[in-house]
Design a protein around this ligand. Structure first.
Ligand code: FES
Length: 106
C-alpha cells in the first residue's frame, strides 16, 4: 500500500491509496478525482485521462509509447511529462507519486 497524489489545475490535492496493478486512470476514477474520465476504458484512444508527471518522478514512471504520444500530443496542454493515466500502472515504486491534471481534458 502507498499513496498517489493527484493535483487539480487549481491546486486542490487528492491523495488516493495505491493499488498495485491498477492504472492511474482507474485509481482516479474509482476515487472520484475530478477531470479524469477514462472514457475509452484504458485503450489509449480518448485522451480523457491526461496527467502530467512531476519532474522528480519521470524516471520512475518511464516515458510514453509512440501510440500514447500520438493521443496525448493532441491536447493543447501537452507537456514534456504528459502521460495518459491509463498507461501508467501503479506499483510499489510509485508510492508518493504526484501527478498534476491539465486545466481541460480532451
Ligand atoms: S482512458 Fe482513454 S486514453 Fe486513457
Amino acid at each position: 500500500m502507498g499513496t498517489i497524489t493527484f493535483v487539480e489545475y487549481d491546486g486542490t490535492s487528492h491523495d488516493v491509496d495505491l493499488v498495485e496493478g491498477a492504472s492511474l486512470m482507474e485509481l482516479a476514477t474509482s476515487n472520484g478525482i475530478p477531470g479524469i474520465d477514462g472514457d475509452c476504458g484504458g485503450e489509449a484512444s480518448c485522451g480523457t485521462c491526461h496527467v502530467i508527471v512531476d519532474d522528480a518522478w519521470i524516471a520512475t514512471t518511464g516515458t510514453r509509447s509512440h501510440v500514447e504520444s500520438q493521443m496525448v500530443e493532441m491536447s493543447p496542454e501537452c507537456a514534456p511529462n504528459s502521460r495518459l493515466g491509463c498507461q501508467v500502472k501503479a506499483c510499489p515504486a510509485l508510492d508518493g507519486l504526484t501527478v498534476r491534471l491539465p486545466e481541460f481534458q480532451m
